[in-house]
Design a protein around this ligand. Structure first.
Ligand code: TRP
Length: 326
């Protein structure tokens, strides 16, 4: 089980950090992938763009290889049981621990004028998403580890008080596959909120991809054979490793080591390979996004699968809690 917030556009970092794992998991596990539209209300109360954003995220996920016939691909708000479990779990979550959550403190700093109770209990809602399907594995990045830890705590508290219903969810990654997708400006990893020119989006057109890549920082080249690479050059190689052939990478490695490398050529090659990678995903996502009938079917089918699992869990939960009066 995992969730994707419908804020912003998916980028290369999302693809290699998350989506690719989802696509692999769908072959091996029973999967629930959800668009976290309720979570987005904690920071984006204006819903004017929500529908477009939900459609976009769904389309991009499917374009990247998620198969709505293999997984439950659904919207959080379509599964009302989520809100019910969220309410029960709220009684087991302490104000003190919620206030100490790193993401809460970050968001208070970013939106000091909108510190609402939903923001404070964001990790409780996330725990509800996960526990609703009694999920074992949650493919998420490092930034979500604290939320998962809290989900385990809420699950254990529930189990101790009312009876064993929830297994402990664990963060999941395909071991060695934690690859870094560097930002194009050399500063850290690619992310959706920071510099837009340093991020390659799955919706970028060919021209924009070329422009962004050609603008990345280089220098006059190595002056001695087999020199260590500066960070910003290493980053270009890292990006190449994601989308270029081994042959191409080997040639540029060799050229770097014997000081004949021309960074202009290298960036041109990277831009071409990046376009070959992104363009088909972009085209597929656009076609899906234009097909509202198909998107409706996907959402209905996904919600039905998710509700089935949610109903089964909530039956057990109400029973365990003693909320069965006849
Ligand atoms: N909080 C997650 C994020 O910001 C999104 C999310 C919502 C999620 N519900 C979830 C992730 C359930 C995993 C499981 O990325």
């Amino acid at each position: 089980m995992s969730g994707i917030r419908p804020t912003g556009f998916l980028h290369l970092g999302n693809y290699f950090g998350a989506l690719r794992n989802y696509v692999r998991m769908q072959e091996e596990y029973e999967c629930y992938f959800m668009v976290a539209d309720l979570h987005s209300l904690t920071t984006h109360p204006d819903t004017k763009e929500l529908k477009d954003n939900v459609h976009r995220v769904l389309s991009e996920n499917i374009a990247c290889g998620l198969d709505p016939d293999k997984v439950a691909l659904f919207c959080q708000s379509h599964v009302y049981e989520t809100s019910e479990l969220y309410l029960y779990l709220n009684m087991l979550a302490y104000k003190g621990e919620l206030e100490k959550t790193v993401t809460f403190k970050d968001k208070v700093r970013q939106h000091p004028d909108n510190v609402n109770a939903g923001l404070l209990t964001y990790p409780v809602l996330q725990a509800a998403d996960i526990l609703l399907h009694r999920a074992l594995l949650v493919p998420v990045g490092k930034d979500q580890e604290q939320h998962l830890e809290m989900a385990r705590n809420f699950a254990n508290r529930f189990n101790h008080r009312y009876g064993d219903i929830f297994p402990e969810p664990q963060a999941f990654n395909y071991g060695s596959e934690l690859i870094k997708v560097p930002s194009l400006d050399g500063g850290g990893k690619m992310s959706k909120s920071e510099n837009q020119n340093a991020t390659l989006y799955l919706s970028d057109d060919d021209d924009l991809i070329h422009k962004k890549i050609m603008k990345t920082k280089t220098d006059a080249g190595p002056t001695a054979p087999n020199s260590p690479k500066p960070d910003y050059i290493e980053n270009i190689f890292l990006l190449m490793k994601l989308v270029s052939s081994e042959e191409v990478i080997k040639n540029f490695e060799q050229a770097y080591n014997d000081c004949t490398i021309r960074y202009g050529d290298m960036k041109k090659q990277l831009a071409e390979d990046m376009v070959s990678f992104i363009a088909p995903i972009r085209a597929k996502a656009e076609a899906i996004r234009a097909d509202k009938t198909y998107l409706k079917e996907v959402m209905e089918k996904g919600a039905e699968k998710a509700r089935q699992s949610a109903r089964a869990t909530m039956g057990k939960v109400r029973e365990a809690m003693g909320l069965n009066y006849y």
